[in-house]
Design a protein around this ligand. Sequence first.
Ligand code: F6R
Length: 263
Amino acid sequence: MLLVLKPDLEEVGREAARMVASAVRRNPAVRLGLATGSTTVGMYQELVRLHRQEALDFSRVLTFNLDEYLGLSADHPQSFAYFMRQHFFSHVNVPPANIHIPDGSIKGDYRQYCAAYEQSIREAGGIDLQILGIGRNGHIGFNEPTSSLGSRTRLKVLTQETIEDNHKFFAPGEEIPQCAITMGIGTILQARRILLLASGASKATAISNAIEGPVTASVTASALQLHPEVTFIVDRDAGAQLKQQAYYRRVLEMTVALTPERM
Ligand code: F6R
């Protein structure tokens, strides 16, 4: 596990974008797993800048988004599909055929739909680099506390805490989705490399539980301890409760010196 501590959200976004850009340059047909949420906005902004100003080319990149609200179609302003267009896809050259986002408007055979989403990831050859945010309750994707650590893409009922966190984004009186389609923890753990971004004091407990707590379905991000290639990029406030900060700093220095390709 690598921990990169940055002063603020802006620097978290810039560092994440640098790592994504270097993965794209190393393998122009890289398969990216993408997340939405306020923490990722700066990363997408910086990737758009790199595309425009430094010709970062996404024309062969394949993308798989983590999740989508059930009941929202891709043109709903609060859907993750809309978020992705607004912050990333309408500004870069990922071909539309290479973009995969769970369809929140599906009705009927959810199991079959979710199995097909898993199948499309497998057929593409798996995810090379998975981007994650983290919820206050330690969720990754929409894998709420008590999600099976072996779970695959499926419907998930959102906790009250997550619904309340999302409340502010919906118009007054508008119905807020109670469920989402999300990649599972098992799906996420199969990515070859994982980057988790976190910012702000409200994430400090989740980050310390995920990194220094026991592996438990009660904090689904703690399952990342089972993955051999995870990098956490967190700002000072989100990292404030970590006890081993000095050690993580030394690990990072040594990694830069001895195995810089991991950066
Ligand atoms: C979004 C997602 C969620 C968010 C998490 C943090 O695709 O999977 O797990 O990453 O809820 O959201 P923000 O960044 O808005 O605090």
